[in-house]
Design a protein around this ligand. Structure first.
Ligand code: B12
Length: 255
């Protein structure tokens, strides 16, 4: 084995090992993105990505019933699940950063849901962009990250790291002619435009101010909700909408 091949094999093993570890911490999906293309994003503070080589994207599933309970507005139960999911993600991201650091790699967890620019609605970095570049899913007509397995019923977080992990590639957009999110959006914000890569800006996909007005101006004012959430474009997306049938259930049905 040449030194270069050995180094590659060692890197590969480390990537697989760290992914298994992150799954062990509770992530349902894990992918790795190269940092360079992400430097095109608006980043806060602007030099945040400079010390790092990779961005690790993690996602956790949300219980499907959360969304089936939503009719025309977010429910208090969804608010609680949203907060719990953010806490779980922050914990997994924290544990991941420490695991990478223990392996000798400078790493930083980015909070799941921290808005830094309250006026224009920007965070430190877009988790969706990281997740897309890390191959977790594609950017759908609802502007959200859609996973093939579970649709948009996932929440995301990111860990920046110097570790030279193997990078995963983006996956193909599978929205096709579907108009479910366009038809259902309570703010009529979604334009129904598709992208094979990503939208240049939010307004290409949606009338952004309508979404903000509905979510932050109306739903967040419901006392039992009090956070800017909605959930309707997540609920109606056909990807991952069917409950997975457990093998044991299948056997019982055949009896
Ligand atoms: C601020 C914020 C909001 C604001 C503004 C939303 C927005 N679209 O920016 C408001 C309050 C309106 C909002 C609403 C919602 N939000 Co919100 N929100 C955020 C937050 C905290 C920051 C988003 C941000 O900085 N956006 C900046 C813009 C420019 O980025 P963007 O929206 O991702 O879109 C651009 C990039 O993705 C880019 N892109 C994609 N791939 C690539 C690749 C490369 C190389 C480049 C350069 C760019 C690029 O293309 C887009 C256009 O420019 C994130 C958490 C986070 N840190 O990411 C959660 C987040 C985006 N929200 C989320 C959710 C679920 C929602 C809601 C459904 C509410 C709810 N929880 O029920 C709605 C959905 C609205 C919608 N359809 O877009 C989830 C999305 C999960 C998913 N599966 O995609 C996130 C990621 C939170 C999380 N931790 O999971 N949100």
């Amino acid at each position: 084995m040449t030194t270069a091949t050995r180094e590659k094999a060692e890197t590969f093993n480390y990537t697989e090992m760290i992914k298994d570890k992150i799954t062990g911490f509770g992530a349902d999906f894990v992918g790795i993105a190269d940092i360079e293309p992400l430097k095109e994003l608006r980043i806060d503070p602007p030099g945040l990505l400079d010390p790092f080589a990779r961005a690790v994207s993690i996602a956790i599933k949300l219980p499907m019933a959360t969304f089936e309970e939503i009719i025309d507005r977010p429910t208090p139960i969804y608010k609680s699940i949203y907060q719990t999911a953010n806490l779980i993600l922050d914990q997994i991201a924290f544990n991941t950063a420490i695991a990478l650091q223990d392996g000798g790699h400078y790493s930083l967890p980015i909070p799941a849901s921290q808005v830094l620019d309250q006026e224009n609605w920007y965070a430190a970095i877009s988790h969706k962009a990281v997740a897309r570049m890390a191959g977790l899913g594609w950017q759908g007509k609802n502007l959200l990250l859609i996973t093939p397995q579970y649709g948009s019923r996932v929440r995301l977080a990111t860990i920046l790291t110097k570790a030279p992990l193997d990078v995963d590639g983006p996956v193909k957009n599978r929205c096709g002619d579907c108009t479910a999110c366009y038809d259902a959006c309570p703010a009529q914000a979604i334009k129904g435009v598709n992208t094979q890569t990503h939208y240049k800006n939010r307004n290409e996909a949606m009338n952004f101010s309508r979404c903000v007005e509905k979510v932050a101006g109306e739903f967040a004012k419901i006392p039992e909700v009090s956070v800017p959430i909605c959930g309707i474009c997540i609920k109606v997306c056909p990807f991952g909408r069917k409950m997975p049938v457990k093998k044991t259930d299948e056997r019982n049905r055949r009896k």
